[in-house]
Design a protein around this ligand. Structure first.
Ligand SMILES: NC(=O)c1ccc[n+]([C@@H]2O[C@H](COP(=O)([O-])OP(=O)(O)OC[C@H]3O[C@@H](n4cnc5c(N)ncnc54)[C@H](OP(=O)(O)O)[C@@H]3O)[C@@H](O)[C@H]2O)c1
Length: 345
């Protein structure tokens, strides 16, 4: 079967990472990536050998790339006509106008967590609803926070049944490459209570009743979730069995703050840099083993999310789901993760 041709519409924080992850896969190629106009990110596309297109079809917008010294292959319509599927990595809330373009082009499409579930009526997380997304025309890979919640809560729900969850999200203020956001010297609660973050999990997973509070803090590395789960009365779990479960869960890393000398997100990201993925990314959700406790029917734990990268391998699995390339989510996850690993050596 020929490689699937994947268009990446938007080549920023998420788009460039998804493009590299696609390049690493044995069953896919990047048909092209888009930028709004000439900027330093175009050089990265050239260096990675990725055909560059303009986000619009406007002739003067397209011509601006050549004027800026970059070779451009056309506008979005040209790219879509040479592709089997498009991964939309545009800034959040631009989805609706792009959605119309994808529908007109008759191409399958994947949005990101900055869009709402009802844009396509489908959402995606590898571990919870791969099979529901098989053959769908469009979906949304849920946000970095929702992806993180699914990774640790879905296997628990599968083991013991329905869960009731309270989560406080301590969120990074801005991405490292984003100078336009804050707070810089404040801790800023989200004053819409409960926040929308936790309940978004219910778009991909049944049997988890969740509410959340959120607060932004002045850091650019990682979100931390402080989670309290009410387990069913007859759950049969203790702290060790929960850790064992997550030890066998794909894309979850559990390590000790004390023994492994990883007491904070700073050391988590240093460990991620040691793994050697591009940009020092950490695709896995990080759980501190010494921060996990089962007390009666309450499980409490902390987890950390690398906001720029945990959704990246999920986008690859979502491509396989929409194009019905792999029906078994675990098989897709294995192929995605091994291919990314092999591409690093
Ligand atoms: N950053 C995160 O931590 C994170 C985590 C999970 C999910 N997400 C979600 O992922 C999506 C992308 O976020 P991001 O952080 O990657 O944004 P970003 O860094 O601002 O990148 C957005 C990219 O989209 C391009 N673009 C602008 N207008 C466009 C349009 N009309 N159509 C297509 N592309 C357009 C931009 O082009 P130029 O470069 O030419 O300006 C830029 O390359 C959002 O839905 C966001 O909520 C972000």
């Amino acid at each position: 079967m020929p490689d699937v041709r994947v268009a990446i519409n938007g080549f920023g924080t998420i788009g460039k990472r998804v493009a590299r992850a696609v390049q690493a896969q044995p069953d896919m190629v990047v048909s092209g990536v888009t930028k709004t106009g000439p900027s330093h990110g175009c050089s990265l596309a050239e260096r990675l050998g990725l055909p560059l297109y303009c986000t619009s079809d406007d002739k003067s917008d397209i011509a601006s790339f050549e004027a800026g010294g970059y070779r451009v292959n056309g506008g979005l319509s040209d790219l879509l006509s040479k592709s089997d599927i498009v991964v939309d990595c545009a800034p959040g809330k631009l989805g609706a106008s792009n959605h119309e373009k994808y529908q007109q082009a008759g191409i399958k499409h994947i949005f990101q967590g900055g869009e709402k579930h009802n844009l396509t009526g489908m959402s995606y997380t590898s571990c919870s609803n791969h099979s529901e997304n098989l053959g769908a025309s469009g979906t949304r890979v849920v946000s970095c926070n929702t992806t993180g919640l699914a990774r640790t809560l879905v296997p628990l729900r599968e083991l013991v049944g329905e869960l009731k969850v309270e989560c406080t999200m301590i969120r990074r203020a801005a991405d490292p490459g984003d100078s336009g956001r804050g707070p810089v010297n404040a801790i800023k609660p989200v004053l819409k209570v409960p926040s929308h973050h936790g309940p978004d999990l219910m778009t991909v997973a049944d049997g988890i009743q969740i509410t959340s509070l959120a607060v932004a803090v002045p850091t650019t590395i990682m979100h931390v979730h402080s989670i309290s789960v009410t387990l069913p009365e007859e759950h049969g779990l203790d702290t060790n069995t929960v850790l064992e479960l997550w030890g066998n869960t794909p894309r979850v890393i559990a390590m000790s703050g004390k023994e492994d000398k990883i007491p904070s997100t700073a050391e988590v990201m240093e460990m991620a840099r040691d793994i050697g993925r591009p940009w020092g990314d950490l695709h896995e959700i990080f759980v501190w083993t010494d921060g996990v406790s089962v007390d009666g029917n309450t499980l409490r734990y902390f987890q950390a999310i690398h906001q720029e990268s945990d959704v990246v391998p999920e986008n690859i699995d979502a491509i396989r789901a929409l194009l019905s390339l792999e029906t078994d989510w675990r098989a897709s996850v294995r192929l995605t993760d091994q291919s990314i690993k092999d591409s690093l050596v």
